[in-house]
Design a protein around this ligand. Sequence first.
Ligand SMILES: [Zn+2]
Length: 184
Amino acid sequence: MTAAATALPRAILSTDADIKRFLLGGNATITVLNTETGERRTIKVSCKRDKVDDGWAIKSPFFVNVMTGSCNEEHFTYTGLVPSNAAKTGDKFYAYSPKRGGARSEKAGQGSTAFKWLWSLIHGRNSNGSARTPSDNHVAAYSNLEIWHEGRCGCCGRKLTVPESIDRGIGPVCWDRLGAMGAR
Ligand SMILES: [Zn+2]
C-alpha cells in the first residue's frame, strides 16, 4: 500500500473561531506545529455524547489527550479537561497533575502546556490568564504557528472528502447538525 493511498486530507485551520469550533466538535485531533523549530504536538479533544433529534447532547467534559508515542503508535496520554459547557466558559482548562509520587512523561507535560497555550490564545488570553491585545484572530499573529487537522471530521471522525469540509475540518452532515444546534 502506498502512502498516497492511505493519506488523509489534512489541512490548516487558520482562525481562532475555526480552531475552537473544531476542538469542541467532540472527536477532534489537531497537530500544533512550530515551523521554525519543527516541534509538533498532536492533541486529541473528545467527549461523550448522546444523539438527539437535531444533533447531539454533550455528556462529559472534553478530555484532552496528547500523543506521547511515535506517530505510528498513536499512543495518547490524558492531560486534562475542558468543561462540557466550554462554549460558555471560555478558556478554562484543568490540567491533570499526577498524585504525589506519580510520574508524568515529559512529552505529556509539553503537550499539556501546548494545549493550554493554544486554548488561551484562541480566547485572546496568555497562559497566565492575562488578556492579549484585542484582535479578530490571535493565531494570525504567529507566522511560525500552524494548526493542522488530520483529515477527519472533528465531530464524527469520518474521513473528509469535500473541499469545503476539508477547509473547516467538519463534514457536511455534522456541519448541518452544528447549524441546527446553533453551534456555528
Ligand atoms: Zn462528521
